[in-house]
Design a binder for this molecule. Structure first.
Ligand code: 4NP
Length: 157
């Protein structure tokens, strides 16, 4: 099993969007029995809440499910469980590294999946209001990530 964790600050806007989009792409490729996806935040303000209305609206527009998704905090247990821990911006990475065990964790940064984009961090739509921009980045980046997982993990198994 390959396990992917997306991390942002509140776990209500960007990382749940990435979780839902990647899970949808995985289902379309019939790989749900080989890859799991989750998301978590480094801030505790929204624990237990469903994704932000802007994230829900854009996922609805694209027919992508966010059923049963609730915000949670990143924890030290995640470091042993997830082979891919993908931070949406640099401060998320700094916050993850402050969690006990996190200083040694191997982190990826979402925008490294999209090296041709000028943006080097996924903008936070909680502040920008631009959920469409985040959806376009997330959709493109998740396609790259899924191809990478297939090549690096599934075809090697
Ligand atoms: P996210 O966006 O990290 O993409 O979920 C945010 C959501 C909530 C807050 C900040 C960012 N907040 O400060 O409550």
């Amino acid at each position: 099993m390959v396990n992917v964790l997306f991390v942002c600050l509140g776990n209500i806007c960007r990382s749940p969007m990435a979780e839902a989009v990647l899970r949808h792409q995985i289902e379309q490729r019939h790989l749900s029995d080989q890859i799991t996806v989750d998301s978590a935040g480094t801030g505790d303000w929204h624990i237990g809440k469903v994704p932000h209305e802007g994230t829900r609206r854009i996922l609805d527009l694209h027919g992508i499910s966010y059923e049963n998704m609730k915000a949670r905090l990143v924890s030290g247990d995640d470091f042993g469980k997830f082979q891919y821990i993908i931070c949406m911006d640099k401060s998320n990475g700094d916050n993850v590294r402050k969690i006990p065990g996190g200083e040694k964790s191997q982190l990826l940064f979402f925008m490294d999946l999209l090296p041709d984009e000028e943006l080097r961090e996924v903008p936070d739509p909680y502040f920008t209001g631009n959920f469409e921009q985040v959806y376009d980045l997330v959709n493109a980046g998740c396609e790259v990530l899924l191809e990478r997982i297939i090549t690096d993990k599934l075809e090697q198994a």
